[in-house]
Design a protein around this ligand. Sequence first.
Ligand SMILES: Nc1ncnc2c1ncn2[C@@H]1O[C@H](COP(=O)(O)OP(=O)(O)OP(=O)(O)O)[C@@H](O)[C@H]1O
Length: 363
Amino acid sequence: MTGVVLKDIRKSYGSVNVLHGIDLDIKQGEFIVFVGPSGCGKSTLLRMIAGLEEITSGDMIIDGRRVNEVPPSKRGIAMVFQSYALYPHMTVYDNMAFGMRIARESKEEIDRRVRAAAEILQLTQYLERLPKALSGGQRQRVAIGRAICRNPKVFLFDEPLSNLDAALRVATRIEIAKLSDAMADTTMIYVTHDQVEAMTLADRIVVLSAGRIEQVGAPLELYERPANLFVARFIGSPAMNIIPATVTKTGPKTEVKLAGGKLVSLDIATDPNQQNKSASFGVRPEDLRIESGDDYLFEGEISIIEALGEVTLLYIEGLVAGEPIIAKIPGIVNAQRGNKMRFGADHQKIHLFDGAGESYEKN
Ligand SMILES: Nc1ncnc2c1ncn2[C@@H]1O[C@H](COP(=O)(O)OP(=O)(O)OP(=O)(O)O)[C@@H](O)[C@H]1O
């Protein structure tokens, strides 16, 4: 099994600790995506798996073997970077063949692997071209092709699409999704800032913050059941609205009082010791709806309207100081700045977090 196991992996630069004990069990063939704010340690972690960064302590295990001291070329990994770093004077074919020639593979084997990779990535017609005669997306596909030719057990990607424009990003993302299907036994580990890449490519997403894992789970698991406020705010765009609240009744159903005055009963269980404790009430912009009756969660004044055609974003002031609540309403909304409106949500879609920011379990 060509899994990757991280056991209490730590990294320090001098006295600065940047990773504080990462435990992770990645199965063979899994597509794992690391996300987190800038500086949280995603690239450092990926580079430690690749062998490009020394491991301060802990065990890095690839394919059942501890590789802490094994050089990158002997780890069975291939890495694709943001900058594709192709040799400008070599054709696409030669760029892809280069590593295998160094490794003294036979001509036939080189040809077979280059053509197979070109086929997967739809590069066959460009094999005789120089990189300068390719688009950015095609160049990145050559870089991916070069990595495929090495027959890696583990494929590492460090923000491979971030130098591409929006349309090429989408096209190349789809290529990567197909690639991971075509190479079902190859483990893939991918770093990105992009929510859509993370949500669409990952089998499991690892959310990192300040050198620690906040949560690991399937994309929709993180979306629907974030373990804490950090993950709740990080996954989803626009971010989940968070409204301060107080627990007014505990038990199998919890009642909370929102900042702004409304009492809301939720299908979330809380212990008696939570009575009168402060909490955070979370609701995603896309889960809010306009309410005309009394079954609403809150009322506020519309400060900004962004009509995008497909959806309308309404910014609602007056509940959380300095931070508008955002509602994402399908289609076109007949509203004007300054209107007072009421908003509700299906109570199943509401999240509640305790004073420390940890999620209360939903019933
Ligand atoms: N050589 C170094 N010396 C000291 N600190 C470093 C060094 N390299 C990285 N760091 C620090 O380690 C932390 C993690 O950096 P890393 O590049 O892994 O973050 P990241 O999550 O990939 O960020 P980004 O999304 O901005 O690329 C950062 O705080 C960074 O300043």
